[in-house]
Write a protein that binds this ligand. Structure first.
Ligand code: ASP
Ligand code: MG
Length: 443
């Protein structure tokens, strides 16, 4: 394999075992790609949901190709991935990971081939590539494989030959000597494909086209006054994404941060400026450093009652959860009474049953009384760079919730967010109250 870029390193460095001959081949290509800028565009499932939509994407891509070398990454059409999953589960209770990956990867292969045909019909030279053909090598972890390296050679050759290169998102292949298995990158993984390719190609632009206009100060469905942000930092975006603003795959944002890829998120049809996700927000020093209000209703609270107040107990509980891939948040331990404490934390609602199963033997082992849970809670958060280093934000947040008559069950903070656990029924009221209190409707 030629010129391999290691995507886990801070900067791109060719792998040590590449021979001099291969360097030479690669450098020639570097020279030949000078000229037009390279643009990576990604279109999500809703933007290619039917042939009419694929045709409008093709027109947009053709226009971009007038002034740039264009690489397009596509998701599967509409709900294709969900439909394939449903069929698999109808036939087999626990589908084999390898077969599942092979199945799910077909969705993106279909959309990439169809978009390429539409481009041909418009007179635009184009070729589609699978993830493997595009040089994307992943670890062998079915359903949630991480990208290990990208060899962009093949893409560069096609770009230099005048083609728009349309790549099936969300997939790669394993680095297997006998044969390569198809892998998928986890739900929503086409964003990650786009960012990885933008990094490997040193693309001038990475544009994520979707069905929203960009990243907003709050969910516009809850807050009509929500405003589109012109830019947001990687860290802020990660917090917003983790807290339910599902504009982009978190792994893609992390990858973009590591490699310094600037991302623009914009609407796939409306030609309005989107939101730039970048290293740091140019407006960081303005007086309102709260950038947005995030909320998450996919929350369950677990309380382990009467836990002995001894060293190593918290470790046993959280280690068991971590070992099973269950992430926890908003951890609260109450004051020790007669040598026992109650320990509460939140997990994703979808992980609740599994968390309870994992904890049952641990509870016995440590001699705690029992586990209780509640699923009628939600998180609301204020997000913004340097929140923790400036006084007054927590104060204002709790005041706004109090004025709205909303009770806070528990609180956590990080460098750039403050999160309150509240009743699910109060989410909209809380998000609106916070949006108004921090005057986020004003630019
Ligand atoms: N089609 C895949 C999914 O629905 C990947 C993606 O859309 O990014 O999760
Ligand atoms: Mg999708």
């Amino acid at each position: 394999m030629l010129a391999i870029f290691n995507l886990t390193a801070k900067a791109f460095k060719p792998a040590a075992n590449i021979q001099a001959k291969h360097f030479y081949v690669f450098r020639q290509h570097e020279e030949r790609t000078v000229g037009k800028v390279i643009v990576v565009q990604k279109y999500g499932g809703s933007s290619v949901a039917n042939t009419d939509k694929i045709l409008s994407v093709a027109k947009r891509v053709k226009k971009a190709a007038e002034n740039a070398k264009v690489v397009v990454v596509v998701s599967a059409m509409g709900d294709t991935t969900d439909d394939l999953l449903t069929m698999a589960k109808a036939l087999c209770k626990y589908p084999n990971g390898r077969e599942m990956d092979k199945l799910l990867a077909t969705g993106e292969q279909a959309s990439s081939a169809l978009l390429t045909m539409a481009l041909h019909e418009l007179g635009q030279p184009a070729i589609s590539l699978t993830g493997g053909q595009a040089g994307i090598i992943t670890e062998n972890k079915p359903g949630n494989a991480r990208i290990q390296s990208v060899d962009p050679q093949h893409i560069k050759e096609e770009l230099n030959g005048g083609n728009v290169v349309v790549i099936a998102g969300f997939q790669g292949i394993t680095d297997n000597v006998t044969w390569a298995d198809i892998t998928t990158l986890g739900r929503g993984g086409s964003d990650t494909t786009a960012v990885a390719l933008a990094a490997a190609l040193s693309a001038d632009k990475c544009e994520i086209y979707t069905d929203v206009d960009g990243v907003f100060t709050a969910d516009p469905r809850l807050v009509p006054a929500a405003r589109k942000l012109s830019s947001i930092s990687y860290e802020e975006m990660l917090e917003m994404a983790d807290l339910g603003a599902s504009v982009m795959h978190s792994r893609a944002v992390e990858l973009a941060e590591i490699h310094g890829v600037n991302i623009t998120v914009a609407h796939s049809v409306r030609e309005v400026p989107g939101t730039m996700i970048t290293r740091e927000d140019q407006n960081m020093e303005v007086k309102n450093s709260v950038r947005g209000i995030a909320h998450d209703t996919d929350v369950a609270k677990i309380t382990v009652t009467s836990v002995p107040d001894q060293p190593g107990i918290a470790y046993k509980i959280f280690h068991a959860l971590a070992k099973n891939g269950i992430s926890v948040d908003v951890i609260v331990q109450n004051i020790s009474l007669e040598g026992v404490v109650d320990l509460s934390f939140t997990v994703n609602l979808s992980d609740l049953a599994r968390a309870q199963a994992v904890l049952a033997p641990v509870i016995k082992e440590i001699g705690a009384r029992n586990i209780t849970s509640s699923s009628n809670l939600a998180k609301v958060s204020i997000v913004g760079t340097a929140i923790s280093s400036r006084p007054g934000y927590a104060d204002k947040m709790f005041g706004a919730l109090a004025d709205a008559g909303i009770n806070i069950a528990s609180i956590t903070t990080s460098e750039i967010r403050i999160t309150c656990l509240i009743d699910k029924a109060n989410v909209q009221k809380a998000v609106q109250a916070l949006h108004a209190a921090f005057e986020l409707e004003k630019a």
